[in-house]
Design a protein around this ligand. Sequence first.
Ligand SMILES: Nc1ncnc2c1ncn2[C@@H]1O[C@H](COP(=O)(O)OP(=O)(O)OP(=O)(O)O)[C@@H](O)[C@H]1O
Length: 918
Amino acid sequence: MDSTRKPISLILNSSTIGAFGMETISHSATRTPTAAPSKARVPLIRRLTPSTRSTRARTAVNNLESIELPILIAINESKSMSPKVGICIIDPNTSKLTITEIVDSQTYVRTVHKINMYSMHKVDIIVPLSFSKPTKTNLMKILEQNLIDDTRLMLVPKNLFRSEAAGKSLLLENVTDSDKSFLSTELNQRHFALCATCAAINYMKQRKDNLFIHEKFNVSYEASESTAFIDMNTVKSLELIENNVDPKKGLSLLKFLDSTMTKMGHRLLRSNILQPLTNGPSLTARFEAVQELMNKEGTLLEVHEHMNFCADLDKLFSFLSKKPKETIDVVSDQKINNVILLKQSMTMCRQLGADLSSCTSNLLVKVRETFQHPDVAATLQLIKQNINEDCSWANRPIELRNQQCYAVKSGMNGLLDASRQLHNSLIEDILTIADDLGAKHELAIEAKFDTNRGFHLKIKENAANMINELPPVFINRTRKNRFINCTTLEIAKLNSRMENAYSEILIMSGQTVDELLSNCKNFVSTYFMISEATALLDLICGFAANAEKHGNYVKPEFSSSTMIRQARHPILETLVKKKFVANDIVAMPETSRMQIITGPNMSGKSVYLSQIPLISIMAQIGSFVPASYAKLAIYRSIYARISNDTDKPNMSSFSSEMSEMAFILNNADKDSLIIIDELGRASSYTDGFAISLASLEHLVELRSICFMCTHFTDLPKVMHLKQGVLEQYMKCEQEETNPRSASGKTRLKMNFELTKGVNWISGYGISMVRSTGTFPQSVIKDAEDISELIKVSKKKKFQSSVGQLNGIRKRNIILDVYQTLQEVVRRKDMTDDELLGTLQAIECTSVERLSKLIGTSVNDDDDETEDESDGDGENSDLLAHKTTETGDLYVSDHNKNVQNGNVKLIDEEEYLLDFGSA
Ligand SMILES: Nc1ncnc2c1ncn2[C@@H]1O[C@H](COP(=O)(O)OP(=O)(O)OP(=O)(O)O)[C@@H](O)[C@H]1O
């Protein structure tokens, strides 16, 4: 079970109306059970896809969707350099109360992220008055700047945030008994979170419109350290929740992975994608459960079938946890609906419990135990005593009304039975009249029922002006598509009598239903656990179904470094017409924590880059991943900077790019995964290159795992001399377009294969433009001439700087080796094998780098040719400038590391002297 949540023991503790012949109606009126879902063998995948969700289930869900109340968030904080922010979130729609405490930075990114998680709802935020007076706190300013349109930020008296003890006692008054022990353990020392809880509950109690409608809350504590942080820019860039081009129909990770059958499962998937887990054991438990369900295809199929008819349990059980006075005005038909849904939910629990009977993985066993909780049997017993056995949810309005009328057991109240008979005979009269009218006027007439109009007639229109030609007996005529809706005086009268009989039935059923619901309130804590267990089971089943569907997914493992063999982009691999080319993803903190990927346009760099965080997120929510083997590090934060044109009207492309990059540089750490898809392209070449180089150097020092793709081919040439940096490129081949043509032009054939080294193909930009055939030939010719001139000028400048450069490069390689060895010595968590492997990798890369360096000085010309691919003369200037003028920078940086290091192996001066001679 996820550690973000409470332990599972706690959480889980007809025919058409046209054929509305008498038969259909009187048949169902005599309480024929709704037909059970067909169990015909349809191929597994087709039956498990979301499209198999029945409309019945949707109607059951919709029934519970009343007016959406705003979510309340109370925020409180400690003032220090790394502030602690206590947050309490109450969702009155689902009676969920979530408490969390975040250790944030001065930019409060995590706090803002937490609030943004609720951006799809209306949100009210309360903060103490002291946030604004006498001066505005940083948090207040940041909240004001980052609020989404529908959010209200309110200052409330400080005394609402009274004290930790007050918060605790308010909580204890409003949680179920099973939650009490959990609160005393989990919430110890959570001062700020408890003060925020105190404020949230007090505020709800004091509001004039009285939003404090629940007797009990479903409380959970979300430890911020057990979830990974993904900022909103990254969520958007990676299209985790919504497609950027077509938000409604386009694919996002959420849409792609969503094979859930229930609203609770969907909500859990969404919140998991926004906050992947960092708790290895919880994830391993999920993987085991997914694997077991994949192995037991029958179980998976049965579970999916039984969950297909599941209502939104959060909302249903939220109704049951409301105070009695809050439900007194709720119309009786809604209460009866809730009883029918409760019956159906408890029956589903039984079925799911039986479906999982042979499961042995820990998570599924705990889920099963929840479904088999004695309270489920007790609820079913109560329902059995009062509600007709074959009463169930129905989709069609007339069937649902029938179920409502016959919900309460017959024989309990004589008057109720009489009203039912009257109701029935009135319906039969209406149907007879409809048939007679059809025969008399030779029209295709159907009697139709809907909740707003009651019974009325539907006539198929044959001629355009038929609506005016109908006999006067048909009144209130309206046209809808190719039908005319109307009624007759007689039917209207019968309809009104039928409605009266229906109201009497509801009133007479009301007492039994109220009593039943009030008895069921005793089991509310179990119901909350059932809701969470259903969500989790749904999520796991969805993952199992996805893995089955795609066929070539693997179960990930977790380790300190990442090694994914034959990784594929989960979404793109299903979309590309040709075969998707898989690539390995290997990232070791010591040897390849920074990878710079070059390659021509359209060579697959961005696709490779974005598949890395997508696979990591999938693994960190418990899903299998698209690869042949996957061992992943657990990342605590994931950042993506992808060059999209800015959608912020008040920001230039450059400032948007820089603000995103600044955010990463200020927040990333050694447990971060970063992808950067081109940086500095919105400014001059020199500035773009300089900013990119400086940013990469900073990230190497931070020891984050970073993948960057760029068209600045000098970047890997400078950076690859640093320990932990690896240069890779997307391989492609140059092909003659037409061997007989005098132009001898070539075109690029993309292999989409990631290869070690730096892209060596030049002029790919011009070649690509030529292949589009859209540019005038003269412009392309000029571009080629200019490119030639730049190459010649660049060659001269480059030769003068190479000599100086190589001395410094050699020195840096040896310094890097020393520094890396120091870090390896400091690490205590390595096994002998891992240590040996790491040392071999360090040896290998160092020797390779030194031999490459020797090759560089011999093949200066080759190097230069690569530089030319940038088509920029000033770049080699810049490279020389940086390494000669700031060459000491590397040395002084290393000195600093040696001085500050825990292990002092050699004297610093002697060390530097050694390098002088080297
Ligand atoms: N591994 C792959 N296998 C098959 N097709 C791929 C693969 N990677 C990318 N493609 C195809 O190539 C197209 C271009 O890929 P991508 O956008 O990653 O190129 P790029 O190198 O980032 O281009 P640019 O430098 O112009 O941004 C994709 O839209 C996709 O159709």
